[in-house]
Design a protein around this ligand. Structure first.
Ligand code: TYM
Length: 325
């Protein structure tokens, strides 16, 4: 059986990029062995508010369940509830090098212009490697922006195995056929992100249908009026990707469908398709979030299951690296 593991940070509210690039696929492909994790320890690597973090952790779990993750099938849990993640991260810190961490593009982007940057932010990809390697995951379903982090996880696994003996499965990243990189609707050269910097360019899952439609109708398109995917038409290309990912049609098919039509009808159809795809998820989220105690109960159960696997891995790791038992 192939085991999948993936994670998502409870920072900000989840957006359409997270959904189409990552967790819709987690739900569609889930199998009994899979694990999905709300990575709260990753979220504290940048300034944050403690009460908000707690609420966002529960809220994000509600979104994952609303998207279709089934706790009777896979394991859904919160990273900090399984202490083995941080223990393994420390050991992997002694395998990873400062040189390779310095090359991480996300670190460079997130630390740019910051007055003080936490060591945690620098070390972030090592904790991510620990998340994955603890469970011997074969596959890691992610969006395009996590590609480099996964390369590092693979390098760390291989180096550890070489130095201490075959211990970890070397994980393979997987990407969705469309929607791996959803761009901001206003700043079309930036990926859609959880940061608050571009509220009009980001479709939050928590937005209502009207706000979603408004943002898509006002999305930056390019000069000309052709609905065609091309490097010099990043705005239209992104909307085509969105429509393809939301409706299941291919980009080629869509280009033919909208030939000779202007941007107006096209954008209206994108908005409708996105709202249709999100409607059941939004409705289910509203039901689930009404009972946070039940959600937390589910997360504790998930953590119990995850901990069993994680502690078995750590027994082996401690032995391999020569710690006194
Ligand atoms: P995070 O929380 O930023 O994003 C969660 C998932 O959403 C994908 N994603 C996107 N996909 C398409 N278009 C976008 N605009 C877009 N924005 C985000 C991300 O690629 C990701 O799959 N470091 C990870 C969290 C993490 C993790 C892990 C992932 C921690 N440990 C172990 C996999 C395995 C992150 O910050 O994701």
């Amino acid at each position: 059986m192939v085991r999948a593991f993936s994670g998502i940070q409870p920072s900000g509210t989840p957006h359409l990029g997270n959904y189409l690039g990552a967790f819709r696929r987690w739900a569609d492909q889930q199998q009994a062995d899979d694990l999905y994790c709300v990575v709260d320890l990753h979220a504290i690597t940048v300034p944050y508010d403690t009460q908000t973090l707690r609420a966002q952790t529960v809220d994000l779990a509600a979104w994952l369940l609303a998207a279709g993750l089934d706790p009777d099938v896979c394991t859904l849990f919160v990273q900090s509830h399984v202490r083995e993640h941080t223990e393994l991260a420390w050991i992997l810190n002694c395998v990873a090098t400062t040189g390779e961490l310095s090359r991480m593009v996300q670190f460079k982007e997130k630390s740019k212009g910051q007055e003080s940057v936490s060591v945690g932010l620098f070390d972030y990809p090592v904790l991510q490697a620990a998340d994955i390697l603890l469970y011997h995951a074969d596959e890691v379903p992610i969006g395009d922006d996590q590609r480099q982090h996964l390369e590092l996880s693979r390098d760390i696994a291989q180096r550890f195995n070489h130095r201490f003996g075959e211990t970890f499965t070397v994980p393979r990243p997987t990407f969705p056929p469309v929607g791996a990189r959803i761009m901001d609707l206003q700043l079309v050269d930036n990926k859609m992100s959880k940061s608050e910097t571009s509220p009009q360019g980001t479709i939050d899952l928590a937005d209502d249908a009207d706000a979603t439609t408004r943002k898509i109708m006002r999305a930056v398109t390019d000069s000309g009026s052709e609905v065609r995917a091309a490097p010099d038409k990043p705005g239209v290309t992104n909307l085509l990707d969105l429509l393809a990912a939301a409706s299941g049609a291919s980009v080629d098919e869509l280009e033919r469908r909208y030939e000779g039509q202007g941007y107006g009808t096209f954008k209206r159809d994108v908005a409708d398709a996105v709202n249709d795809a999100l409607r059941p998820v939004r409705a289910r989220h509203a039901e689930l979030i009404a009972d946070p105690a039940a959600l937390i109960g589910l997360l504790y159960k998930g953590a119990d299951r995850a901990r069993e696997m994680a502690s078995a891995t750590m027994d082996t790791v401690r032995e391999r690296v020569g710690l006194l038992r």
